[in-house]
Ligand binder design. Structure first.
Ligand SMILES: Cc1cc2nc3c(=O)[nH]c(=O)nc-3n(C[C@H](O)[C@H](O)[C@H](O)COP(=O)(O)OP(=O)(O)OC[C@H]3O[C@@H](n4cnc5c(N)ncnc54)[C@H](O)[C@@H]3O)c2cc1C
Length: 405
């Protein structure tokens, strides 16, 4: 049996951040990371399209926490201890510069996730953290004050255990055995599959819009605004991804079949748009409706909407009937689309679900039901919208575990 002071199960973002910070605080501790794979930090490697969106340029705890559909309340306190600014400083102190992109996402200046991995591997080695690969933990039992862990080839023991295994259902079952309850996993951060003539020829087009998810009776269940990206399969972009994250639990029982309403003019009301259309009729009567996009909409989108409203390509504003204008105003502000499924968002995808947050003390990230068991990262029922927030959860959790362990 191999004994250590601290055993960390999971060689991912949260596991490494915990190990390095714990070793730094107390270099005399024997710290072992057990990783089931033959490589560590594989998700960091592929994250952010290979660039690793490390964190987000939001430096106030409250608005930062509002990016977490699950974990908003619980992370507020921890963010006062370690959050985005601390992440930037942490990496800078170790020679990794981060940069801010226009939308607030932060990446290493190198534009390569390997920079983050190299930093972690260097630090772990410098501080004597042992990294054991091909060690899938299959059993965790508590014997007196010690956790005893079994992998196919070895037995380990430690008084302090950190579980940072991400979304691994097998580990969730083991944690149930230690007294935890697990919130069932459902996908979060996905794009909407939509087949519709209004968007079929527009992949790659992006525009700001307000999007509502409707229930069977047409009532709004969720709404979100921001850039909407039209894809080959339907719709993506921040406006849609935010809905997928906040709606992860609502949309799963619907089997991802529901209707959305898109206001292509953001918050403009249908009546106000109708008034503008009437003005176009009065003041630019000779112009063909189809030919010139209005409201600064991308031209091809405008033309699809005009056609879908039943307006002939040669019709001028002067010739438009009241019905034409009503239909157009409706299509511009309340366009209904049928969503028939979801697709994976390749830049970043996460799972909603995990260890019930009521069972964790967020001052320490220690389990309330099993002493000396600490949990960090996606193993918890915490997940965020896209933008670097999911890693920030791993860094914050890992840091606080290290502080208390
Ligand atoms: C394609 C993709 C891109 C992403 N991009 C971003 C991004 O740019 N920014 C962002 O903020 N978030 C991103 N995310 C989300 C982010 O990767 C996760 O939130 C984050 O990795 C969670 O960290 P973690 O340490 O909790 O889990 P993980 O990083 O998943 O690490 C868990 C580790 O535990 C190991 N493990 C599991 N079970 C066992 C076991 N029984 N025994 C031993 N080891 C075990 C796993 O092999 C793994 O190495 C992305 C996700 C994906 C899938």
């Amino acid at each position: 049996m191999i004994h250590a002071d601290i055993i960390i199960v999971g060689g991912g973002a949260a596991g490494f951040f915990t190990a390095i910070n714990a070793a730094e605080r107390n270099p005399n501790l024997k710290i072992i990371i057990l990783e089931r794979g033959k490589e560590v930090l594989t998700k960091v490697k592929i994250s952010g399209g290979g660039r690793c969106n490390v964190t987000h340029a939001e430096f106030i705890p409250k608005p930062l926490s509002q990016n977490y559909p699950r974990g908003e309340k619980e992370l507020l306190g921890p963010f006062h201890t370690f959050m985005t600014g601390d992440t930037i400083a942490w990496f800078e102190e170790r020679g990794v510069q981060l940069k801010i992109e226009e939308d607030g996402r932060m990446f290493p200046v190198s534009n390569s996730s390997q920079t983050i991995i190299d930093c972690f591997l260097f630090e772990a080695k410098r501080l004597g953290v042992e990294i054991l690969k091909n060690q899938a933990v299959k059993i965790i039992e508590k014997e007196d004050e010690y956790f005893v862990l079994q992998t196919p080839s070895e037995t380990f023991s430690a008084q302090k255990l950190v579980v940072a295994t991400g979304s691994n259902p097998k580990i969730w079952r083991i944690l149930e055995g230690l007294g935890h309850t697990i919130v069932p996993a459902v996908p979060s951060l996905f794009t909407f599959n939509i087949k519709d003539s209004r968007i079929t020829n527009l992949p790659g087009l992006s525009t700001d819009a307000l999007v509502k998810v409707l229930d069977k009776n047409g009532k709004t269940l969720l709404e979100s605004s921001g850039a909407l990206l039209i894809t080959h399969w339907g719709m993506s972009g921040p406006a849609i991804l935010k809905l997928s994250a906040w709606g992860a639990r609502t949309l799963s029982p619907l089997n991802y079949h529901f209707n959305i309403e898109v206001n292509w003019l953001n918050s403009l009301a249908e009546e106000d748009v109708l008034d503008s259309l009437k003005e176009f009729k009065s003041f630019q009567g000779k112009q063909t409706i189809f030919k010139y996009a209005q409201f600064e909409l991308p031209k091809r989108l405008w033309q699809n909407i005009v056609k879908f409203s039943g307006i002939n390509e040669r019709l001028t504003w002067a010739e438009a009937t009241r019905e034409n204008l009503l239909n157009l105003a409706n299509q511009l502000t309340s366009a209904n689309f049928e969503v028939t499924g979801k697709s994976t968002f390749k830049e970043e995808f996460v799972t909603a679900g995990g260890v019930n947050l009521k069972e964790v003390n967020f001052k320490t990230f220690e389990s309330k039901v099993c002493k000396n068991l600490f949990l960090a990262g996606e193993v918890l029922n915490i997940d965020a919208i896209t933008g670097g927030f999911n890693f920030q959860n791993a860094w914050t959790g890992g840091y606080i575990v290290a502080q208390h362990i």
